[in-house]
Design a protein around this ligand. Sequence first.
Ligand code: UDP
Length: 150
Amino acid sequence: MPIQRTFIMVKPDGVKRGLIGEIIKRFEQKGFTLLNAELMTISREKAEYHYMELQDKPFFGELVEFITSDSVFAMVWEGENIIEVSRSMIGKTSPLEALPGTIRGDFACSKAENVIHGSDSLLSAEREIANFFDPLSIRSLNKDFPFDER
Ligand code: UDP
């Protein structure tokens, strides 16, 4: 099973609603390891780079407005198959599809303001982590990282 890193972010609605602790708790309980975390307000440039794959979508402007509107809580987590496992813990984008037991299923009822972001691939995770954190600031438990399947 590959050890991977992923970028997880509590969005402004999740921070305002006091869900940082609940989300950290779920990732810790799952057995994942926190490598860095920071409460921060992000620039428009950082937000646009983060969501670059969605730049042609009609909701892109509103998404960037939302994500820069207040503080986010950015994190790097590590663990076995964490990209896929964290996506299933987070749940689907649409509140109609996010199952109870998932973070969005339990805490979100809006498709836009849906509490949490998690990387959807190894490539996205690398790009997103580098967009938010200095590589030297990331706790290094595994000196030989990356040692996943790539
Ligand atoms: N989003 C939105 N309207 C949509 C689809 C997505 O506002 O119709 C926002 C929502 O905040 C979502 C983010 O854009 O989390 C990124 O969309 P993506 O399709 O990558 O979903 P995710 O990977 O976050 O589930």
